[in-house]
Design a protein around this ligand. Structure first.
Ligand SMILES: Cc1cc2nc3c(=O)[nH]c(=O)nc-3n(C[C@H](O)[C@H](O)[C@H](O)COP(=O)(O)O)c2cc1C
Length: 220
């Protein structure tokens, strides 16, 4: 009787090669949007609208002062803005999924970002869900964009911007550009939001990119 040859693994190896490796189903791109109490709440609203159009899953957190500035600066209510996001979390909720690194996200944008929240992120002081989620994004080496708004800047602000930058965050002050000849405030906002989302490899298609001077009209 033929005895099995236990040293020949060819058949087993071929079987293993043919086996499908189980893969998790692909998920939508997922971004945390935090809004804090700096002026410019329309930037946060427009970011949510752009991400919705791009079919990105959004997790929104608004601080108490974000809601106050939103109400003062726009016709949006907090509820209307929360309705633009896939998920909205209370800034008190430290048990929200985005408070943990095991919940996978593609990044976070704090828009607008107050100097108080910038300081909290720089110090790793996680006293609310905005600061905690940002701290988690940094520790997981994921993309963190802080749309830090204050003018003029003190040495403390600049030091905090340097600290978060050294930890991997991108500080993106919402500074106006004029090379696209904006006609309205909306043009300026769309340009800022488009450049912000460039940092997540997302194309809003809402603004004109610089393509060099035009021949004839711009000759130097
Ligand atoms: C109308 C309004 C505009 C504000 N604008 C700014 C601003 O541009 N930058 C800033 O750092 N703080 C600004 N603040 C102050 C912040 O709201 C305040 O420091 C608050 O504690 C920030 O908390 P948060 O980061 O948790 O939202 C503003 C406050 C109000 C009421």
């Amino acid at each position: 009787m033929d005895r099995p040859d236990y040293t020949d693994n060819t058949a087993t190896e071929q079987k293993v090669e043919r086996q499908e490796v189980p893969r998790p189903p692909p998920r939508r791109k997922r971004i945390i949007v935090a809004m804090t109490g700096a002026t410019g709440s329309i930037l946060g609203v427009k970011t949510l609208l752009a991400l919705r159009r791009l079919n990105v899953e959004t997790h929104l957190v608004m601080s108490k002062w974000a809601e106050a500035t939103l109400k003062h600066e726009t016709d949006y209510t907090g509820a209307a803005v929360r309705a633009l996001a896939d998920h909205a979390h209370s800034h008190h909720d430290m048990a929200a999924p985005i408070a943990s690194g095991s919940f996978r996200v593609d990044g976070m944008v704090v828009v607008p970002c107050s100097m108080k929240t910038l300081a909290a992120v720089a110090a790793g002081h996680c006293d609310d869900l905005v600061a905690r989620a940002a701290d988690v994004v940094l520790k997981e080496r994921r993309r963190l964009v802080l749309v830090a708004r204050e003018c003029p800047l003190s040495g403390v602000h600049i030091d905090n911007m340097a600290r978060v930058t050294r930890s991997g965050a991108v500080v993106f002050p919402p500074v106006m550009a004029f090379y696209h000849r904006p006609g309205t405030v909306e043009d300026l906002v769309d340009h800022a939001v488009g450049r912000m989302l460039d940092l997540f490899d997302l194309e809003t298609g809402d603004f004109e990119r610089w393509n060099g001077f035009s021949r004839g009209t711009d000759d130097v």
